[in-house]
Design a protein around this ligand. Structure first.
Ligand SMILES: Cc1cc2nc3c(=O)[nH]c(=O)nc-3n(C[C@H](O)[C@H](O)[C@H](O)COP(=O)(O)OP(=O)(O)OC[C@H]3O[C@@H](n4cnc5c(N)ncnc54)[C@H](O)[C@@H]3O)c2cc1C
Length: 318
């Protein structure tokens, strides 16, 4: 193949990332991995513990450093209506705990954890219940974005819940080719949007495959979001650990009246020092804290984002 042509062909996803994302879908591997003490030790880098109590304690500790939090119980693709209802009930308790402990915490949910695969209607009702609770408690409910096949349903459910009032936001993924259109279609309803790069293995038909393309689309979408935020048309959150990107966003925000009205969200255990530094510089930062026992698929996605993290697993084994 000639060199000029190879520049224009999408490079395949790095092998380690592809294998880790494939592994994330294996129930057998999940079972094997979760039983091992070394794996549980390694995963502690990204979560304070499996219990809600440990997540709430971590949220209190972060609040001391002016860091807000977002709490999420790990789990996805539940297959039984009763399990989905139990997840909704769990989150209603989480909101109670947040209020009782006066924590500056939001909640983030995955729709397949609330039974999207089982019943779209029941899932919608669970989201409406949680959004109403978030509003009553003057806090916030976020909806994660999962694989591309769920995007239409997730956007529909978000629109339905947003029609009841504010206090609810949705995640959009910059790697999806459709996201510029999705953002444009959402802006008229005054959405709250958490922009991320995207964590799943998607085909080239639906998603940009090269990191620099994803980064460029992220930056273009961020710029539109800052405009929308400045015009009071959107609540804006950037979910990223990409500090170069964050610096560029901060510079752009300083040129608009949106300065100080957007937030940066990062994951627990990733760039913790930078999270504190940004907060000390006046940026509103929240840390997304995951907890629960169903951490395998989620943990594989964290390893896929930075395969060098596999060394934590190896080191924890000895
Ligand atoms: C608050 C929040 C919510 C999210 N919600 C969703 C969601 O709903 N749906 C979805 O598809 N994805 C979600 N993600 C994940 C996201 O899509 C990316 O996969 C992830 O954030 C990595 O991309 P990045 O923007 O940090 O940039 P990258 O370019 O991947 O990383 C920038 C730098 O950050 C550091 N870094 C990034 N990831 C890791 C890691 N795992 N371990 C150690 N260092 C790391 C590295 O230093 C890296 O060089 C969320 C991420 C955040 C922060």
């Amino acid at each position: 193949m000639d060199a000029a042509r190879s520049v224009y062909l999408p490079r395949p996803m790095p092998l380690a990332r592809t294998l880790l994302l494939r592994a994330s879908r294996s129930p057998w591997l999940a079972e094997q991995f979760r039983k091992r003490a070394f794996a549980r030790r390694a995963v502690r880098k990204f979560m304070p513990g499996e219990s809600l109590g440990e997540a709430l304690d971590a949220a209190s500790a972060l609040a001391v450093h002016s860091l807000g939090t977002v709490l999420t119980q790990l789990g996805e693709q539940v297959q039984k209506p009763a399990e989905a209802a139990a997840v909704r009930d769990h989150y209603l308790q989480v909101f109670d705990q947040i209020r009782q402990r006066s924590l500056p915490a939001h909640v983030s949910v995955k729709l397949t954890h609330l039974g999207l695969d089982v019943s779209r209607e029941a899932c919608t009702l669970h989201v409406l219940d949680l959004a109403a609770k978030a509003r009553a408690d003057r806090t916030f409910l976020w909806i994660d974005m999962e694989e591309a096949r769920y995007v239409d349903a997730t956007l529909d459910i978000y629109r339905r819940a947003r029609a009841d009032g504010p206090g609810i936001g949705i995640c959009l993924q910059a790697y999806l080719r459709r996201t510029p259109q999705d953002l444009a279609a959402l802006l008229p309803i005054g959405p709250a949007i958490r922009l991320v790069k995207g964590a799943y293995k998607e085909s080239a038909t639906v998603a940009l495959q090269q990191k620099r393309e994803v980064d460029a689309q992220y930056e273009a979408l961020a710029s539109q979001l800052l405009d929308a935020g400045a015009a009071g048309r959107s609540t804006v959150v950037f979910g990223t650990h990409d500090l170069r990107l964050v610096e560029r966003i901060r510079a752009q925000a300083a040129n608009r009246t949106v300065d100080g009205r957007y937030e940066v969200h990062m994951l627990y255990g990733i760039r913790s020092g930078d999270q504190r530094d940004l907060a000390a510089q006046g940026v509103k930062v929240r840390v997304l804290i995951s907890y629960g026992s169903h951490w395998f698929a989620w943990y594989m996605r964290r390893l896929a984002e930075r395969p060098a993290n596999i060394w934590f697993v190896v080191r924890s084994a000895f």
